[in-house]
Design a protein around this ligand. Structure first.
Ligand code: ZN
Length: 247
């Protein structure tokens, strides 16, 4: 069967060489190679299997809100390092890398925009910024935008994508769960709607606080949603998990 292996390898190299970067994308769910332009038109959803590609906050802005209506809040809030935390790298170095990679200062984009002509307050998390982890800045920005929704008497729409709390901020990160929960609770007291959209993944401290407190909670299909991740649960209970667990 060596000829077959050679032929296959030939096809693979040919594909690799002949697909210009960015023109085509491989669906991480079904493996189909999709044309980027068609993917854009299909709102970044795979036309073959319906998988929602991971997209940036800017792309969510484009898809969900009226063009040119976005006004950003607190774009310059950036994490400090009160605990002088260091694992394999120093925390400030990790922040700097994430800022460079994403061209934003924190793991959440907040502001107001119009949705079919209605102004709403919004927060969109960026998973590519340290796994969308919630440190003091993320928590503070979400709490502030929820309060702005109350001041302006407009609904609040949140798109979550997060691995949970930010370990480098330890207890300060965990405190954000209480802060954000309290802020969205004030929305309820003010009789303003909070719409929570869960994307892949929404786990840990974000799932255990504001993300699950929506008046309406919508999830992208097959998004991983839960508190502890499947690997941790599997190791704890010592059993194979059923297919589609937490999806
Ligand atoms: Zn697919």
């Amino acid at each position: 069967m060596n000829w077959l292996k050679r032929a296959r390898k030939g096809i693979r190299t040919w594909r690799r060489k002949s697909i210009p970067e960015g023109l085509w994308k491989k669906c991480p769910s079904c493996g189909e190679i999709v044309y980027s332009e068609n993917l854009q038109k299909n709102l970044s959803v795979c036309s073959n299997c319906g998988n929602h590609f991971r997209i940036s906050p800017d792309r969510y802005l484009e898809i969900l809100f009226d063009r040119g209506s976005f006004e950003e809040s607190d774009p310059d809030l950036s994490s400090s390092d009160p605990l002088k935390f260091k694992d394999s790298k120093k925390y400030p170095g990790r922040i700097k890398n994430a800022q460079k990679k994403t061209s934003r200062k924190s793991a959440v984009l907040t502001g107001t925009a119009e949705l079919d002509g209605n102004r709403v307050a919004l927060a969109i998390m960026d998973f590519s910024f340290l796994g969308g982890s919630m440190g003091s800045v993320v928590g503070e920005k979400i709490a502030r935008i929820a309060r702005k929704a109350i001041e302006q008497r407009i609904p609040f729409l949140m798109v979550s994508a997060s691995g949970g709390a930010r370990m480098q901020e330890s207890i300060l990160s965990l405190m954000q769960m209480a802060k954000t929960s309290a802020a969205v609770n004030l929305l309820e007291k003010s009789k303003l709607p909070f719409i929570s959209i869960l994307t892949n993944p929404t786990t840990g401290g974000v799932a255990a606080s504001f993300a699950f407190q929506g008046d309406i909670i919508i999830a992208e299909p097959r998004a991983l949603i839960g508190f502890a991740g499947p690997r941790v649960i599997k190791e704890t209970v010592g059993e194979e998990l059923p297919e589609g667990f937490q999806r």
